[in-house]
Design a protein around this ligand. Structure first.
Ligand code: X8Z
Ligand code: ZN
Length: 611
């Protein structure tokens, strides 16, 4: 299954098995298993077998659909999705019979995970389940095949437009690409609204007030506590974001003049080097003036050294083998999709897959030779090495400690792509000296710090939508209200209620929860800080690379092997020695930059008016 669509897991798991059981009704399951520990054990054995069987079949179907997007493969994916939802609902219903049973911690955890396994549940109604499956597959396909065409017939796909956003400095061209991509999503809006309705009915039947509550329940704490925890962490890092926002806004005004200047102090979303203004690393050359030059450009180094997509993935694999992990299996290289095929539609949004819960792991990426994609390669491989590490766990426990962990592993590894590491692998001749530290940190912050409020916006919006606080007519306004409030970023042109800008971000039509990436951006620095301490590193954190450190690799493997068999604080403690997700590590990493940014910002009018 694919790391995000099936929800690293809980989701995954649950999506399976029902195939063997299609003739059983939930009543039959109820009758079959007494609400005792022995009953739960028998129920779970049966459930896990179903899950495994369905998992392979579904993963193969979804893989084919994502790699050959046609009406037919989309219909087949919808069918497999429907079967999975039916299975998952039946298992969740079966699990409810053990709510009051006296169970061991292990069985209780499995039962709870089964109950929360679906990302987009349907009610116990065959017609609605089929309708939902059709909608979700259709949304995914609409996004994956989306194109913007000019009146003269020239068309651009996602990659083309993403590239323009990353590289162009012409505001008109940027605006066209920005607005162009947002023409693919208004047709999704009605389907999205209907999906919300059905999924909420399903969530209610599972005992959750709405689908947002279901999503927030996956963190070993009450859903409401999770919201408070996420807000607490955001409060820790917001001052750093504010400093970065002020600095970047000012540089953009200096470069673009009026186009970048707003009365509110918000930054127009098309000038930040990214289609969604979610990571800003691509505008480094615009903002890295004196005193903030990192000393090298990784994209140029890759190009100059003859790297292609395959070699980038090999480099990623080498990092993991250097830590002591086994090399990727031959089948990874035979079956992965590493570059965009010229002759067909594929879902280009990068993903990592585990087809058989054993060794058939793969990535699917339309890789380009850029620093961004070099990091994404490590991100995806992090999923694959995690999946392989927990393959001995029973099916329900095959997942990340929480979904943020799954997203954090590869990013944590990529934090070790330091100048010293680049020198070691022959990409860089000389390490830049300490005078380049601010540049190195600014480069990282443009991606890692800029991303934090964006990642909150995506799910805060969905939480509001699922809760019914926002109606379909208000979808787009609510989206921009959150973009204003958290990011201080504004639409470059007027938006209408008929627009559906959230739908132009893959994870909305793809139904991938997004809070996981916020958590991952916090966790990866906690992992990095601890790993560097284990390695005996005494210098600044951004210069620390754990490459080739087998002790760190072994400790990491211990955590990965646990899968989701234990509450996530246990996994975090096993590696990082703490039971709390916390912003202190990311703040420590960027501390010198914060001081520097505040000096640069002195005397400037910082902040924005989000109203
Ligand atoms: O979707 C992804 C990965 C696959 S799980 C490529 N990411 C988020 C995004 O692209 O929006 C990684 C960073 C955030
Ligand atoms: Zn990921």
């Amino acid at each position: 299954m694919n790391d995000f669509t099936k929800g690293l897991l809980a989701g995954i798991v649950v999506l399976v098995g029902y195939v063997l059981y299609t003739t059983n009704s939930s009543k039959e399951i109820d009758a079959g298993y007494p609400a005792t520990e022995a009953g739960a054990e028998a129920f779970l054995t049966e459930a896990e077998k179903e899950i495994s069987d369905y998992g392979l079949y579904a993963a193969q179907t979804f893989w084919v659909q994502a790699n050959f997007m046609t009406v037919d493969t989309t219909a087949l994916a919808a069918k497999a999705g429907q079967e999975g939802t039916e299975m998952a609902i039946r298992l969740a219903a079966g699990a409810r019979n053990f709510n009051d049973a006296n169970l061991s911690d292990e069985l209780r955890r499995k039962i709870d995970l089964l109950r929360m396994g679906l990302t987009i549940p349907a009610p116990d109604d065959a017609e609605k389940t089929a309708e939902l499956a059709k909608i979700t597959s259709g949304l995914d396909a609409t996004y994956g095949t989306g194109e913007y065409c000019r009146e003269d017939g020239t068309c651009f796909n996602d990659r083309d437009l993403i590239r323009i956003m990353a590289t162009s400095r012409n505001p008109d061209e940027l605006l066209e690409a920005w607005a162009g991509w947002r023409t693919i999503s208004p047709p999704m809006k009605d389907d999205y609204a209907r999906m919300v309705e059905i999924a909420n009915e399903g969530s209610l039947e599972l005992g959750f007030a709405d689908t947002g509550v279901l999503w927030r329940s996956g963190y070993d704490m009450p859903a409401d506590d999770f919201t408070v925890e996420a807000d607490r962490i955001w409060g820790q890092v917001k001052p750093l974001y504010d400093s970065l926002h002020c600095f970047v806004g000012d540089k953009l005004e200096a470069h673009y003049g009026d186009v970048a200047t707003t009365e509110s102090g918000m930054i127009p979303a098309h000038l930040l080097g990214n289609m969604w203004a979610q990571q800003w690393g691509n505008i480094m050359p615009l903002v890295a003036s004196e005193g903030a030059d990192p000393g090298f450009d990784l994209t140029k180094l890759l190009e100059g050294n003859g790297y292609d997509a395959h070699r980038m993935v090999k480099a990623g694999e080498n990092f993991f083998t250097g830590l002591g992990f086994d090399a990727l299996p031959e089948t990874f290289w035979e079956r992965s999709l590493i570059t965009k095929p010229r002759d067909r539609d594929v879902q280009c949004h990068a993903s990592a897959w585990d087809l058989d819960s054993k060794d058939d792991i793969r990535i699917k990426m339309c890789t380009e030779v850029t620093a961004d994609d070099f990091r994404t390669v490590h991100h995806e491989l992090g999923h694959n090495f995690y999946q392989r590490a927990y393959k001995e766990q029973s099916p329900i426990f095959q997942g990340g400690a929480n979904d943020g962990f799954h997203e954090a592993i590869g990013d944590f590894i990529a934090l070790s792509i330091t100048p010293s590491y680049l020198k070691e692998i022959g990409l860089l001749q000389e390490e830049p000296d300490a005078s380049k530290d601010i540049g190195l940190l600014l480069d990282q912050a443009l991606d890692k710090i800029a991303f934090l409020p964006f990642s909150l916006v995506v799910d805060k919006w969905r939480w509001q939508v699922f809760a019914g606080d926002v109606t379909p007519e208000q979808y787009n306004d609510a989206w921009w209200n959150l973009r204003h409030e958290y990011q201080g970023v504004t639409a470059p042109i007027e938006r209408a209620a008929t627009d559906f800008d959230p739908g132009a971000k893959y994870h909305i039509p793809g139904n991938t929860p997004y809070m996981r990436y916020f958590l991952a951006h916090i966790l990866q620095f906690q992992f990095h800080q601890k790993a560097c301490e284990m390695a005996g590193w005494e210098g600044p954190l951004h210069r620390c690379s754990i490459n080739n450190n087998k002790d760190v690799g072994a400790a990491l493997n211990d955590m990965l092997e646990m899968g989701q068999s234990k509450p996530w604080p246990d996994a975090l403690e096993a590696f990082a020695g703490t039971r709390q997700m916390d912003g202190s590590a990311i703040l420590a990493y960027f501390a010198p930059l914060k001081v520097w940014l505040d000096e640069q910002n002195e005397g400037k009018a910082c902040g924005w008016d989000a109203s």
